[in-house]
Write a new protein. Structure first.
Lengths: 113, 112
């Protein structure tokens, strides 16, 4: 597609439920990144994919968080047993390769109640 | 741990005024990027600077990379309400993965 697409744009979930967030990167972009942004804050790195492999998962906050990427395209970020502190905007970005700037999606706003 | 500190955190000015946003670190970065983010949207890349001392201009925006590649500034001349947004600086970490470390951002409000 023309840009990075994320879905859903908004998600309200009850504490303890699992959620899946989806990212469709720009076609041909081999690098894909997930970041988390709390209200009014900068971006916190979560995970990086190069192709379908994840050489850097160092930012995942706990083992409740996982992500995968298939077909060098779509990526899914899964949060199990959501907690209130997981409430944030989850941003996905893709890049032609690691030497280029990012193109971000509009994010998924997750609210855990 | 590489950190980027931005200042000021908040800035509210009148249309037509000039302003400067700073991005500082004790670490050296091989490149630094500036992004602008509007509410409900993802950040949009404004510029990438890679050479110490480099200056880049984008209309009324001037970006500078420090000689030692540890700091950067964004100067806006004659600010307009359309410049309102969250400005983020980001530096590549040392892992060669393209992973970026972001500053906390500067929220700019330009009043008409």
């Amino acid at each position: 597609g023309a840009g990075v697409s994320q879905s859903p744009s908004n998600k309200v979930t009850e504490k303890g439920k699992d959620v899946e967030l989806r990212c469709d990167p720009i076609s041909g972009h081999t690098a894909l990144y997930w970041y988390r942004q709390r209200l009014g804050q900068g971006l916190e790195f979560l995970i990086y994919f190069q192709g379908n492999s994840a050489p850097d998962k160092s930012g995942l906050p706990s083992d409740r968080f996982s992500a995968e990427r298939t077909g060098e395209s779509v990526s899914t970020l899964t949060i199990q047993r959501t907690q209130q502190e997981d409430s944030a905007v989850y941003l996905c970005a893709s890049s032609l390769d690691s030497n280029y700037g990012y193109t971000f999606g509009s994010g998924t706003r997750l609210t855990v109640v | 741990t590489q950190l980027l500190e931005q200042s000021p955190q908040f800035l509210s000015i009148q249309e037509g005024e000039n302003l400067t946003v700073y991005c500082n670190s004790s670490s050296v970065f091989s490149s630094l990027q500036w992004y602008r983010q509007e509410p409900g949207e993802g950040p949009v890349l404004l510029v990438t600077v890679v050479t110490g001392g480099e200056v880049k201009k984008l209309k009324r925006l001037t970006f500078q990379f420090g000689d030692a590649r540890k700091d950067s500034s964004l100067h806006i001349t004659a600010a307009q309400p359309g410049d309102t947004g969250l400005y983020l600086c980001a530096g590549d970490d040392s892992s060669n993965t393209g992973k970026l470390i972001f500053g906390q951002g500067t929220t700019l409000q330009v009043k008409p």
